[in-house]
Design a protein around this ligand. Structure first.
Ligand SMILES: NC(=O)C1=CN([C@@H]2O[C@H](COP(=O)(O)OP(=O)(O)OC[C@H]3O[C@@H](n4cnc5c(N)ncnc54)[C@H](OP(=O)(O)O)[C@@H]3O)[C@@H](O)[C@H]2O)C=CC1
Ligand SMILES: Nc1nc2c(ncn2[C@@H]2O[C@H](COP(=O)(O)O)[C@@H](O)[C@H]2O)c(=O)[nH]1
Length: 327
């Protein structure tokens, strides 16, 4: 791979401003037949989202993806969201019981608007078969498949019927895949995104490695339609992770979906737990993200998100760990 870089190695180059105020810039995005306030979605992880957070995001005009780690709650969740006139967006895995679940949804004529197939190594027959199964039984559902890190994988999943693919293997803040297996896009996630986006004919979700709000604009520049974020969304009042107090300061737990804390056992562990500083209300972070993105659009010389896609950029340095500690 040539031209390998990550978020911290890139600066976008400003173009002449065409607005008189940043408030004129429109950060909304069309995705899966809906328009959302931001091209950003909190990660489908158990310390990031629960039913309450999902509800407030959908009501507020934001995209969300519910996690898949309490499978018994999914049916009621879909019914509840749809009875409120909101979209239902859930996650599934690829094990046998997930096929039964899809069949049950079809039998009950319950069609979630979005289903995300959430697997560590998404370039696999298991995911291809699940895409095909969902498309056969729930043809109206918008299927997001992942995670992948190569153009071949994007093409294969799209060809199988995925409506969007999710790119990012190992760049996450609580990820240890890169250390335990030696594989992934950790340290070069932004370049991997660009590589995958060039092959994509459908939307791409950039997943993992976002450390600053500026990284959202950089993801857009390199081909993302939507950006999935975990660590920046951990630590809010509403975040489901446990709150702890240390030396008079409040923290919230954030653990990986492949960590022993999620799995309840030490088998194939590829995630860790950390504590992030308490950050206040989620809505304040979303508002700040919107303002920062509006500002980014103005620096891109436009008034809509698309303006960011065409800006020039400079590669400023190289680093392999994206600012993270190894453990
Ligand atoms: N984005 C990322 O970088 C990563 C994300 N994760 C997250 O962790 C959670 C758990 O993921 P995952 O372990 O895939 O889910 P599951 O534990 O549900 O595993 C899904 C299925 O895929 C099999 N499987 C998992 N990894 C591999 C592999 N490398 N090669 C072949 N088969 C495999 C599993 O079997 P078996 O367990 O027997 O192998 C199981 O049958 C997900 O939420 C995922 O998003 C995890 C790691 C990386
Ligand atoms: N390798 C692992 N990746 C994981 C795990 N749990 C979640 N994830 C991925 O991380 C992103 C969030 O990244 P962040 O940098 O924004 O914090 C999430 O969406 C998953 O794709 C895990 O246990 N191991």
């Amino acid at each position: 791979m040539e031209n390998v870089f990550d978020y911290e190695d890139i600066q976008l180059i400003p173009a002449k401003c065409v607005v008189n105020s940043r408030s004129e810039c429109d950060s909304t995005v069309s995705f899966g037949g809906y328009t959302f306030k931001l091209p950003v979605v909190p990660a489908n992880m158990q310390t990031i989202i629960d039913e309450e957070v999902a509800l407030s995001l959908a009501e507020g005009g934001y995209f969300y993806v519910m996690h898949r780690f309490e499978p018994e709650k999914r049916l009621a969740f879909i019914k509840d969201m749809q009875s409120r006139g909101l979209f239902a967006s859930i996650s599934v895995g690829v094990k046998r019981e997930e096929y039964d679940f899809i069949q049950q949804l079809a039998a009950e004529h319950l069609t979630p608007e979005f289903i995300t197939i959430d697997i560590a190594h998404g370039h696999s027959n298991a995911v291809i078969e699940m895409i095909q199964y969902i498309k056969k039984h729930l043809p109206q559902t918008f299927v997001i498949a992942g995670n992948v890190g190569t153009p071949e994988a994007v093409r294969e999943l799209e060809h199988a019927g995925a409506d969007a693919t999710k790119v990012g293997i190992g760049p996450g803040k609580v990820c240890i895949t890169k250390i335990k297996t030696g594989f992934g896009t950790g340290g070069w996630q932004l370049a991997a995104l660009r590589w995958c986006a060039k092959a994509a004919s459908k939307p791409i979700i950039a997943d993992g490695g976002i450390r600053t709000h500026g990284d959202i604009a950089k993801s857009i520049r390199f081909g993302a339609s939507m950006i999935m974020i975990g660590s920046l969304f951990a630590g809010h009042e509403e975040s489901p992770g446990e709150t702890i107090e240390k030396d008079g300061k409040l923290y919230k737990e954030y653990f990986g979906s492949a960590s022993e804390f999620q799995k309840g056992e030490k088998k194939n562990v590829e995630g860790k737990k950390m504590h992030v500083e308490h950050k206040g209300a989620l809505k304040d972070t979303l508002e700040e993200m919107e303002q920062d993105l509006q500002s980014a659009i103005s620096y891109a010389g436009g008034s809509k998100l698309e303006a960011i896609r065409n800006v020039d950029y400079a590669i400023v340095k190289n680093s392999i760990f994206n600012g993270d500690k190894v453990y």
